[in-house]
Design a protein around this ligand. Structure first.
Ligand SMILES: Cc1ncc(C[n+]2csc(CCOP(=O)(O)OP(=O)(O)O)c2C)c(N)n1
Ligand SMILES: [Mg+2]
Length: 349
């Protein structure tokens, strides 16, 4: 059942991925480049603003992992759903949300996408079917299966992309959700962002099972290991899984091999890994990769590239200004948007 696609070991060298004739067109590469650059520049600023204490609480950056979102967005429809964990700034930006609503949320301002009540770990975008933003490791996995169940029940032509970290696959909820999703052939794609660490704990330290895609075999679920440091293999693997889901053939587990350049969160000095390891992955950077293909194929002139870079910088600067100028939520907001089911039958006084 397990199907192995391009792994990092097999095809990650920059020369290899840029020299082969591309299957993707100019528009796709320019979109990937601009989208990933916006995620990267936005988060570089967010990191600086955190140090300046403009942003409080938790802050987990996605820097290095951008291809996992850009390559997925190009392979899906705007009506499809997405849900993820707490490393969630890049997902809504990749889906097309104006970054100013993400920045305002990071600042805890009332104009943020969750009205300033969620912060870094709880981005949401109803319009773009982005279901968050979840702080409990693995908590979003059964929720993702549930969204797919609802779509199947209602007969909607929608696929749910459910992202999680490598640490989340050790949660019982992962196994329960995979079993039910496969049994009911739910239109869901489980995407493991395998960046090799759960906080400071490496995949190797946790379990004998380090090829995480193999875990789907226990549920007879199609699965692949994918090079997550470039958009092309991500797009292709997601496309195959989406096609299967739309045909009613059910879920897929994709293990995307990736790396986060920064620490787990802003307070992590990342002493558990070597500089060499970090540099190795930086040399495979997904944004550089897309840029090289653009330059090699003359998909854009130097002037056009500069325009993209300036547009991104302007968007990031404007997002900061918007967050700075917005107000904090009023204290009266505290009891609003709280789910209360008044006829809940199991409550006793
Ligand atoms: C149920 C639960 N246990 C522990 C934590 C604390 N915690 C937060 S992030 C994290 C590591 C998760 O790593 P991984 O799933 O690999 O995601 P990554 O941070 O690498 O994106 C842990 C243990 C939590 N948030 N929820
Ligand atoms: Mg991880």
């Amino acid at each position: 059942m397990a199907k192995k696609s391009t792994t990092k070991k097999e095809s990650s060298s920059k020369e290899k991925s840029t020299s082969k004739k591309s299957k993707f067109n100019k528009e796709t590469y320019l979109k990937w480049y601009e989208s990933m650059l916006l995620m990267r520049k936005f988060e570089e600023k967010a990191g600086q603003l955190y140090i300046q204490q403009k942003i409080r609480g938790f802050c987990h950056l996605y820097i290095g992992q951008e291809a996992l979102v850009a390559g997925a967005v190009s392979a899906t429809k705007p009506t499809d759903n997405m849900i993820t964990a707490y490393r969630d700034h890049a997902h809504p930006i990749g889906l097309g949300m104006d970054p100013k609503y993400v920045m305002a949320e990071l600042y805890g301002k009332e104009t943020g996408c969750s009205k300033g009540k969620g912060g870094s770990m709880h981005m949401f975008d109803n319009e773009r079917n982005f279901f968050g933003g979840h702080g409990i490791v693995g908590g979003q996995i059964p929720l993702g299966a549930g969204i797919a169940f609802a779509d199947k029940y209602r007969g909607e032509d929608k696929v749910t992309l459910c992202y999680m970290g490598d640490g989340a696959v050790r949660q019982g909820a992962f196994h329960e959700a995979l079993n039910m999703a496969m049994n009911w052939k739910l239109p869901v794609i489980f995407i493991i962002e395998n960046n090799n660490y759960a906080m400071g704990t490496s995949v190797e330290r946790v379990s004998n099972v380090t090829e995480l895609h193999n875990m789907a075999d226990g549920y007879d679920m199609p699965n692949e290991q994918v090079d997550g440091m470039a958009c092309e293999p991500v797009h292709e693997a997601i496309s195959r899984a989406v096609e299967r889901a739309r045909k009613g053939e059910g879920p897929t587990l994709l293990e995307m091999r990736t790396y986060r350049y920064k620490g787990h969160s802003m307070s992590d000095p990342a002493k558990y890994r070597t500089k060499d390891e970090l540099e190795k992955y930086k040399s495979l950077d997904p944004i550089d990769n897309a840029l090289q293909v653009i330059k090699k194929n003359k998909y854009a002139t130097e002037k056009e590239l500069k325009e993209i870079q300036e547009k991104v910088k302007k968007q990031v600067d404007e997002s900061i200004q918007f967050a700075e100028e917005s107000d904090f939520p009023d204290a009266s907001e505290l009891y609003k948007d709280v789910y209360v089911q008044e006829d809940y039958p199991f409550l006793v006084d």
